[in-house]
Design a binder for this molecule. Structure first.
Ligand code: NDP
Length: 518
């Protein structure tokens, strides 16, 4: 397909079973519809691959410091791979402590001499410009993101890239209205902010962090994850295209130690981290006592609670979206299904039916629902936790599906008969693995949902508005979705309790995190 062609709609059902071909006992609204269809007629999809050529990936990338591409002090590179094919995509600079020092120096100068002196409305213009360029180059970004991370093109195209652009647009609106964000006080930027982001939403996490930071008048040093550096490096190109003053945004690739060097640099006044709880704790320890502002967005083990009065097919869709979106590599994934005992059997049957229709495979195919796992290390983590679930006595179920011969793919997995003490009910798996637990009463549902070290998100499925309000108020989770899941909006704050971290990103609260106010 040439780059000029608009994306084709997925060619979904080629041949559909005639209603009369269904067993007499099965009506279209009844459970087990998918399996009835699967048994009576083949469901086939025509392949609909997006063009790789749209990505324009270069063979080698340097560090983006002070508006220029620089070689790392080490002279070394690391290779980033396509998780769906295991093929190398590009060589990326391996930055280190010296490079972090240079990048922070550039950000400090840019803050002191340029960005903090610029009229807020001028800062806003840069943010609008960045947002527009992201929109204009959205296909290039979507394809690059999918090739580098393994997520389905449908998700990078319809979720990651538009939301990233929307964050810049939203915070552009705040840039010249900061005094309204902190009424009665004088808004002031922190100065240089250090940001370390993970591999599950590389561009979106960059946008969550850079957009409010710039709007508030800060300058930035950002480190992307080593397995997904490409869209951040492409963003460096957007900064150049937008004529952003040199040093306002610096993007440096390198290992975890370099991330720590950014965070602990005395010139960095504010640190923002998204990733694992263990590294979040290390960062908090590393900067403790130095008066730096810190936001941590860490792991999760969200409960998706389905009450007996819920619209069940809708709830099934919500549960599927909650755990299989982005292969379950989502901090707020609904990885624990809490289902009321009275409907558990029916619900699990419907869920298995729906899981059987998930398309696992080439992330570049627009029909794909579940793409590739980001790295062999993450495959190992998932495999190890799934084995623990089996060893501890939970029942495992996986749909019949053929995985591609190459690449890091994992079958959608459902565990039933899960006890709260099982590791699969307690630990973040960060993969397409759902652990189902039953409950009888509302109080029991709340108690089980809160029985976790994390507190990032939760979902409630019920027809009763009063029950939504009653339960949501008692859940220890930063975000609670009702009759939906995984809804994101730049105007809405996101963040956690307990081991899910602290501070909020998004919305007005996300802006506050980047402002000192006196
Ligand atoms: P990490 O927390 O190690 O990685 C997140 C980011 O932190 C990456 O940019 C990483 O760099 C960087 N980093 C690593 N070590 C340090 C350090 N000592 N100081 C500063 N920065 C550091 O996550 P993993 O990739 O190891 O994933 C492990 C688990 O973490 C997953 O299985 C999942 O459970 C959870 N996780 C949660 C995420 C979330 O959104 N809450 C996101 C990612 C993972 P580099 O890539 O170079 O190592």
């Amino acid at each position: 397909m040439s780059s000029e062609q608009p994306p084709k709609r997925p060619a979904r059902v080629v041949k559909r079973a005639a209603a009369s071909a269904l067993p007499a006992s099965v009506t279209p609204a009844a459970p087990h519809v998918a399996s009835a269809l699967a048994a009576s007629s083949p469901w086939a999809y025509a392949p609909a691959p997006e063009s790789k050529e749209l990505a324009l990936i270069r063979p080698r990338y340097g560090l983006f410091i002070d508006g220029q591409e620089r070689a790392p002090a080490s002279g070394e590179v690391v290779i980033t791979y396509n998780p769906a094919t295991e093929e190398p995509l590009a060589e990326v600079a391996k930055g280190g402590v010296e490079d972090a020092d240079r990048a922070v120096g550039a950000a400090e100068r840019a803050h002191r001499k340029v960005w903090s002196r610029l009229a807020p409305r001028e800062r806003a213009k840069y943010l609008y410009r960045i947002s527009r360029i992201l929109q204009e180059r959205s296909r290039e970004f979507a394809v690059t993101e999918t090739l580098d991370s393994g997520k389905p093109i449908r998700e990078s195209r319809d979720v990651d890239v538009p939301l990233a652009a929307a964050h810049f647009w939203y915070y552009a609106g705040w840039a010249d209205k900061l005094e309204y964000a902190v009424p009665g006080r004088r808004p002031e930027s922190h100065g240089v902010v250090g940001q370390v982001i993970p591999w599950n939403f590389p561009l979106l996490m960059l946008a969550w962090k850079i957009a409010p930071a710039l709007a508030a008048g800060n300058t930035v040093v950002l480190k992307p994850a080593s397995t997904t550096p490409l869209t951040a490096l492409l963003f460096a190109d957007v900064c150049r295209q937008a004529d952003l003053p040199p040093g306002v945004v610096n993007i440096i690739t390198g290992p975890g130690e370099m991330g720590m060097a950014i965070a602990t640099d005395p010139r960095v006044a504010k640190v923002a981290f998204t990733g694992s709880t263990s590294i979040g704790i290390k960062i908090a320890q590393g900067i403790a006592g130095h008066g730096k502002a810190l936001t941590l967005e860490l792991g999760g083990k969200a409960a998706n609670i389905v009450f007996e009065d819920a619209a069940l097919d809708q709830a099934v869709e919500g549960v599927i979206n909650g755990i299989f979106f982005n292969q379950g590599e989502v901090c707020c994934a609904g990885s624990r299904l809490l289902v009321q005992e009275s409907i558990a059997e029916d619900f699990i049957a419907r869920l298995k039916d729906r899981m059987s229709t998930l398309r696992v495979g080439d992330p570049m195919d627009k029909n794909t629902d579940v793409g590739a796992i980001n790295s062999p290390a993450q495959m190992e983590t998932i495999g190890e936790l799934v084995s623990s679930g089996v060893a501890e006595g939970a029942n495992i179920w996986q749909p019949e599906c053929v995985l591609p011969e190459r690449g890091w793919f994992y079958k959608p997995t459902l565990f039933t008969n899960v006890a709260q003490s099982h590791r699969i009910a307690r630990e973040e798996i960060f993969g397409p693995v759902l652990s189902a637990i039953t409950f009888r009463t509302v109080d029991e549902a709340i108690e089980k949902a809160n029985n976790t070290a994390y507190g990032l998100s939760a979902g409630i499925w019920t027809e009763k508005g009063s029950r939504i309000l009653q339960v949501a108020a008692q859940l220890k989770a930063g975000v609670v979705w009702a009759n939906t899941f995984n809804r994101f909006d730049p105007t809405s704050p996101f963040g956690g309790y307990k081991e899910s971290g602290y501070g909020r990103e998004g919305g007005l609260q996300g802006l506050h995190a980047y402002l000192k106010s006196s």
